[in-house]
Design a protein around this ligand. Sequence first.
Ligand code: SAM
Length: 345
Amino acid sequence: MSEQKYNVLDLFCGCGGLSLGFEEAGYNVLLGIDIWEDALKTYAYNHKHSKTLCADMSTLRGEDVEEIIGDNNVDVIIGGPPCQGFSIAGKRIVNDDRNKLYKGFVRMVEYFKPKAFVMENVPNILSIGDGAVRETIINDFKSLGYTVETKVLTASDYGVPQNRRRAVFVGLTKGNFDFDIPMVAEKVTTKEALSDLPEQSIEDGGKYFVESTSGYQKLMRINSIGVYNHEVTQHNEQTVRIISMVPDGGNYKDLPKEFQETRKVHIAWTRLNSKRPSITIDTGHRHHFHYKWNRVPTVRESARIQSFPDDFIFLCSKTSQYKQVGNAVPPLMAKAIAEQLKKQL
Ligand SMILES: C[S@@+](CC[C@H](N)C(=O)[O-])C[C@H]1O[C@@H](n2cnc3c(N)ncnc32)[C@H](O)[C@@H]1O
């Protein structure tokens, strides 16, 4: 007998890192919703079985979504509302306009009454206001009939070569979510993630230069027909000269005094550490560099660090691609959450 597939709605889906993890865990993602057309182009290209909707979640109604998905039940709602709305006054989330994206998520849970929801966000959402924001969120969903568990998860515990941390809220209509999610025995390093990708650009669809050299690289290459999104950034001479002075795993503190203050951010001139998972990658600010090459990681290398497989192809401009990758929930972390949730549905 074929396994039952749970239907999922992905709100604020971006290019679909969270969706991909759920798909890989055997869920059926009906629809991804976002306001950003670039991300939706990538989403549609890579999630051939899901629909997309370009809409503003602050005003979108359940009825509008129902019209698109038809009679399908929604079993799980997933998503990460952008977090600038979570400011507090006293013990309550400020009920102003900036909060309306979070409210959009709550509205969809209220309308569809899924068996479960997974909402992810920045780690400090659990601690701001001494936990007042966390409490308010939990109470909002409690009043809709959900038990809610929360935890900060670290992506590298689930096979992602990156120490990205995300706060996760899981709500269930029956029972309590068990956050005791199986972890990997050994963390994947940036070298294991990237060493088969060359210093220079590869034209989209071009062949790999070398065989894969780690289990992680093998995993990333499954179903891949060639290398995409591996266009190298051309830095100016000064940038190349400065970064060449930073050792594997080092940062601006390793530079001669006169160069230490050339960039005024605490993560300036950081080189990835080849023996560890990566620091959290950003959306393309160019502050972190390859552990070996004197350049920032390409979009493909960034995607590897996020655990997007090589057959997941990013569309639109390079700047947009970096933002799509950097915004995403690492698919392997999403898959670990999705598999754990499936045991309880
Ligand atoms: C952190 S990203 C989501 C990443 C996604 N979960 C993933 O794993 O790839 C947040 C997304 O919210 C979207 N967003 C921001 N404001 C929105 C709005 N008013 N309506 C719908 N989506 C919005 C952004 O375009 C962005 O793609």
